[in-house]
Design a protein. Structure first.
Length: 418
């Protein structure tokens, strides 16, 4: 019998949880299984998961297919209706050891006879602080500090897949990070669904900035990185840490979504375009080497050409570099799905223009780094990342997992050369 095959779709948190599931499945002794961790962020993401399930079953005919993740949580009936699928497991259940122990024991195991194990995610009140050894490379580790979201953006299905916001206590986070540093990791990334909501459900209601400062004070982590944040919710302590702490990396991925005030209002976002522009300007003034990424949706319902132009201009006005462009697709059950839709051809054209603007921004950023010296964390003998998260290709092999100082000599596509 063979070890289970894991396939992941979606965000960094999903990738983190896939690694945690691998450990849980191994501890349970699971064999001959294919596990698909799905994403629900767009209808296209769900379709790709279904495609992958069919392909994986064809390639592994003797294995049972287990489907989990956000799409399994929000649409269990979709996957239960697929002949290829043996089990559908919810987002709560997938992180529980007893779930994998039951699956490994087989269909006759007590309490595990139900093919669909998806409970009410909104009833979740805690997020376990799962410790994994990082993933992708031996140089960077990911620590989950938060899960779920209390906001209800009109386009987003994710709260119904992840539940309400829950925070991992600061003490647990600090202990995990120091253990990872002791194992040799030089960089730790804090992950979550809505990072800036961290602490609201904990005693005293600490903020994300308090957690960051505590980590930097109580651990010896050389490089700390935070993943996507909602800039309007960045608390003063977080802003100060970004501005003054050299161990906190100068790279922020911002959940902006649009650059037009009316569209932002219809999305039920909590900021205006001027808020985003002001935040980016203030942070760049305080930390000149900061690099921004951003999520932007093209073709949100009711978006006119003029409204789209406001989003397009945001790339330059905020000084964005790395764009994640999402062509809008309606998610059943969300308010935006009931709004007047933009023609698919217009959505496609707008997404293409945003991506072109993003490519131009990347080219400008890379060109500005030539002849500069960067401290690069090596992820492979021939590749690493700067403090601003830009990929660097090395001319000669480097020790993996080390921070090396190098001079940038040129560019290679969307990478720097050193």
């Amino acid at each position: 019998m063979s070890a289970p095959v894991f396939t992941n779709f979606g965000c960094r948190l999903n990738m983190y949880e896939t690694e945690a599931m691998k450990e849980l499945a191994a501890q349970a002794g699971l064999r001959d299984a294919v596990v698909v961790n799905t994403c629900a962020v767009t209808a296209e993401a769900v379709r790709k998961s279904q495609q992958a399930i069919r392909r994986l079953k064809r390639d592994n005919p003797q294995a049972q297919v287990i489907v989990t993740g956000c799409a399994a949580q929000t649409e269990p009936e979709t996957f239960a209706g697929m002949d290829e699928v043996a089990r559908v497991v919810g987002n709560l259940e997938k992180m529980q050891a007893e779930t994998w122990e039951g699956i490994a024991q087989g269909p006759d195991f007590i309490g595990q006879t139900e093919r669909v194990q998806v409970n009410d995610i909104m009833s979740a009140t805690e997020t376990a602080g799962h410790l994994i050894d990082g993933f992708g490379t031996r140089s960077r580790a990911y620590v989950q500090v938060q899960n779920g979201c209390d906001h209800r953006c009109t386009f987003c299905i994710i709260p119904y897949g992840r539940g309400n916001s829950r925070s991992v206590p600061a003490g647990v986070v600090v202990e995990q990070i120091q253990r990872l540093v002791d194992k040799g990791y030089n960089e730790v990334v804090l992950t979550g669904v809505d990072l800036t909501s961290w602490g609201a459900d904990l005693p005293g209601e600490p903020r994300l900035g308090d957690l960051v400062r505590r980590i930097l004070k109580l651990t010896s982590v050389p490089r700390l990185r935070i993943s996507s944040i909602d800039s309007i919710e960045a608390d003063p302590a977080l802003v100060e840490a970004i501005a003054t702490e050299p161990r906190l990396m100068p790279h922020l991925h911002l959940s902006l979504q649009a650059g037009d005030d009316m569209i932002l209002k219809r999305m039920k976002r909590r900021h205006l375009r001027d808020d985003a522009i002001r935040f980016c300007a203030e942070m760049r003034a305080a930390r000149p080497d900061i690099v921004y990424g951003a999520d932007i949706i093209a073709g949100f319902p009711t978006e006119t050409d003029a409204m789209f132009e406001n989003s397009l201009r945001l790339v330059e006005e905020c000084g964005l570099t790395w764009l994640h462009v999402f062509p809008y697709s309606p998610r059943p059950g969300t308010p935006a799905a009931r709004m007047p839709q933009v023609a698919k051809a217009a959505i496609k054209e707008r997404a293409a223009r945003l991506r072109t603007a993003g490519d131009d921004a990347v080219a400008r950023h890379l060109a500005a780094q030539v002849n500069r010296t960067h401290r690069v964390l090596t992820e492979a003998p021939d590749m690493g990342r700067t403090e601003g998260f830009t990929e660097v290709a090395f001319a000669s092999p480097q020790p993996v997992g080390e921070i090396v100082e190098t001079t940038i000599t040129g560019t290679q596509g969307q990478r720097l050369a050193a």
